[in-house]
Write a protein that binds this ligand. Sequence first.
Ligand code: HEM
Length: 519
Amino acid sequence: MAVIVQLVQGIQGLAGKLLDPSNFGSIITTTLLALVILLVVTQLQQVLFKDKNAPPEVHYWIPYLGSAIDFSLNPIEFYAKNRAKYGDVFTYTMVGRKFTVCLGVEGNNFVFNAKLADVSAEESYKPLTTPVFGKGVVYDCPNHMLMEQKRFVKWGMSNDAFRAYVPQIVEETEDYFKRWNNETGGRADVFTAMAELIINTASRTLMGPEIRAIMDESVAQLYHDLDDGFQPINMFFEWLPLPSYARRDSAHVKMRNIFMKVIEQRRANNETHHTDMLQSLMNQTYKDGTPFTDKDAGHLMIALLMAGQHTSSTSATWGLLYLAQNPELIERLLEEQKDVLGSVDAPLTFDALKNMTLLDNVVRETLRLRPPIIMILRKVVRPVVFPGSNYVIPKGNYVAASPLATQVDEQYFKDAMKFNPDRWDSLKKEEDIGDDGIDFGFGKVAGAGGARNPSLPFGAGRHRCIGEPFAYVQIKTILATFVRMYDIRLTEKGLPEPDFTKMFVQPKLPVEIDYKPRK
Ligand code: HEM
């Protein structure tokens, strides 16, 4: 008790001194002195306590923040500048954590195919994902369970499901653009349009018609609250008492309950005709007999919603921007539709989309230049040697891969910054698995050979994206429908720059295009 009284008195005394104007001068002097000491200690630490076996470290001045500002302004320039100085593997500090980036095709392969005993995706992403997705799924369970969850998801992404989805996505797209000026055309915010259209089409197809029916009333708001809690700040400070954190937690519970209620109703009504993801997650069991519960299904549905939204909507936005920059491609896409379908009025189908090579190449090239995820992270759980070097990456560091670095490297792509979908006619595609494919439990993905492909917007190895086929169907259907409806051009502002401060790299806002209706 006496200790508490003393502590309170001490705090009162300190507060009194701080608030007394006669002490202001000495407070400023003390603060400045403390800052100088902190700066000197930060510099000495970097010089005196160097780990000789660890990769070289980027020098920084600001304690704790380290290179955070430099990095987030333009990670690509940051990597290029330091790569020239230190080589493909180096460490930088951000918000008190050490990130060892491994560049180049060897770096990609090292991070994507690292052993589970050496690195952990769960340890890196969990603070961000668990409060949003919920417990027991994705990064809140042992890796072998995630691999099985990916198998359940894959089951819901069959060609038959996609055949059903394409007309639904067309209908949603045509419906959405009724709000644009279809008499004279005009200028429109294409970023917002794609964000809304992606969530509408994902809910209509993957999530289920029941979710689409309440999208405009409740689900859109819940999604926004979840999304506000899915930002870089949540990854670094999982405990902040901010209102957005409370809104996120409440939205999580409401969203999960919505999914669970739909499952309950489908069961009660014996509805078995649905082709969507929710249906495929309703009756799954892990190989060891553990049931995949309705609560797990609700959580995994939230994970899929979040994983697919920004990634696909920013990609669709960039795709349209590149088409607006290269209008001759729009004409060629229409010609391709005529070739494959006989007319641009014939209904789009999944099988027809598969034969539209240029359309496929437009999406592929968009993802090469503007992949939404530019940093893939794993936490080092035991010291690991970077192959072919003497570098030992210490436990506790994060290893980072940045496929974007190889995707815009002249060594692999001539005129790398130019949008040229035709280059893919002669290049090896990412999904060409090759002879060394590996099955981690959800179907074969490329092994070390494929992970050395310089373009990996969907990652590689055990954590490779499970949503790629859906994303391609969704984006291709939207683009194909859009070019039937409108001719588009960039505004006088030209192509927007990427905004790297966002978790999923998006164009700097506002993102407008000029459009003219065709009919
Ligand atoms: C993982 C990219 C769309 C579901 C990933 C990863 C990348 C990626 C790079 C690997 C992360 C890592 O290794 O740490 C993309 C891009 C998309 C897209 C570029 C669209 C253009 C989707 C969609 C879904 C989805 C539509 C679901 C419907 C997932 C899931 C994972 C994942 C569940 C986690 C897999 C794991 O850790 O094992 N995505 N994604 N993604 N993606 Fe996607």
